[in-house]
Design a protein around this ligand. Structure first.
Ligand code: KG4
Ligand code: ZN
Length: 358
């Protein structure tokens, strides 16, 4: 009996594969209990010397990393048991997306299994489904999705439709962390490094801007970057440890204030806020948003830290929840060349570097 779903994520510098027991999920088992194997490799270290992801290098690494990860994920299972293959088709770096999607196409075609294309943002949103049932929110609720590429507030309606209520005008929150960290001389990716030393600093020492206060539908982090640069230039060089820690704490505080102050009003009249994306791994943000939700009478949930940064489990979660919603149609899908594979899916599927969820 075919029962496995294999999910692949390669939108940026991670290469990730997760194997799910799809049948158990369809029979009612909690999604997070249906995970059979999770494999993850990252080329982050390679990019450190360049201060950011080098797309060509990321894609080359993924070409090498992906096949053994799939083999490892399937090592205790028979490939005949694959029921469907899911892969991120966008948004992301095109070369990286092509590696994962092309591999997924080949595997799906070879196994005669349907191919489910997943929007990377839909994947981050689906990390909600990986929470234990008592922690999950009931629609309508908003998701604050903050990562290296995105800062969005997305409303999930009761009918399952999505609406983006706010997005960034320029840098994403993760980029704000990363670029500020570079100015402090911290290694890439700067978010985790900056948040670590922020714990030792005085967040009230520097007053950094929090972006476009007047527009409820926009975040903006480019002004912060400029303000940090000016502040760093005005301090004795090289920066003392105390200056670095105080700068980090003040930068983190400005980013958190910007995110929380925009999200809470947008969540009014919904059940609450779900926090996810790489920046959601930030403990100070989790705490601040939780407290502000409590004060506003809203529920709060956050993705498990291991599912905040890019991973294939959230991609599988998005695929399985989508398949469960349209199960009848899905069962009729047959692997053929061209558009005959199923609704909205075919082997002519291509990557999309930009792809909104609504
Ligand atoms: O979701 P993700 O893995 O990749 C994208 O889809 O972009 O997010 C990566 C981003 C990076 O900018 C990284 O610095 C940031 O998430 N990040 C953090 C923390 N952990 C990761 N930012 C702040 N605090 C953290 N603890
Ligand atoms: Zn991501």
């Amino acid at each position: 009996m075919s029962r496995l779903l294999l999910a692949i994520e390669t939108s940026c510098d991670e290469t990730a594969v997760t194997l799910f027991d799809a049948l158990s999920y369809f029979e009612g088992k909690e999604l997070n209990k249906c995970i059979l194997s999770e494999q993850l490799a990252t080329s982050a270290e390679l990019h450190q010397a360049y201060g950011g992801v080098v797309p060509e290098l990321a894609a080359r690494e993924q070409t090498v990393a992906l096949p053994p990860l799939v083999e490892r994920a399937l090592s205790n299972y028979k490939t005949e048991e694959i029921f469907a293959v899911a892969a991120t088709a966008g948004p992301g770096l095109n070369g990286s997306l092509l590696v994962g999607l092309s591999y997924a196409k080949g595997l799906a075609y070879g196994k005669g299994a349907p191919l489910v294309l997943i929007n990377h943002l839909e994947g981050h949103l689906a990390s909600h489904e990986l929470l234990p049932a008592p922690q999950r929110l009931r629609a309508p609720y908003v998701t604050l999705l903050v990562s290296g590429g995105h800062s969005e507030v997305i409303l999930l309606n009761q009918d399952g439709s999505l609406k983006t209520l706010a997005r960034t005008r320029d840098d994403a929150a993760g980029e704000a962390f990363d670029k500020s960290a570079t100015l402090l001389g911290l290694p890439y990716p700067g978010g985790p490094a900056l948040s670590k030393i922020a714990e030792l600093g005085d967040k009230s020492r520097f007053d950094f801007p929090i972006g476009v206060a007047e527009d409820p539908g926009s975040f903006s982090f480019s002004g912060l970057k400029t303000a940090v640069l000016r502040q760093v230039q005005s301090l004795p060089s090289p920066l003392s440890e105390k200056d670095k820690c105080d700068l980090a704490a003040s930068i983190q505080n400005a980013i958190i204030r910007a995110l929380v102050s925009k999200t809470i009003p947008l969540a009014k009249a919904t059940e609450g806020v779900f926090l996810t994306g790489g920046v959601a791994a930030n403990q100070a943000l989790r705490k601040e948003l939780e407290n502000s939700c409590k004060d506003a009478g809203l529920k709060f949930a956050a993705a498990d830290v291991k599912y905040c940064t890019d991973n294939a489990t959230m991609i599988g979660a998005a695929a399985l929840t989508r398949v469960r919603r349209s199960r009848g149609e899905f069962e009729n899908w047959k692997p053929h060349l061209g558009n005959e594979l199923g609704p909205g899916v075919g082997f002519d599927a291509t990557t999309r570097t930009t792809w909104f969820v609504d």
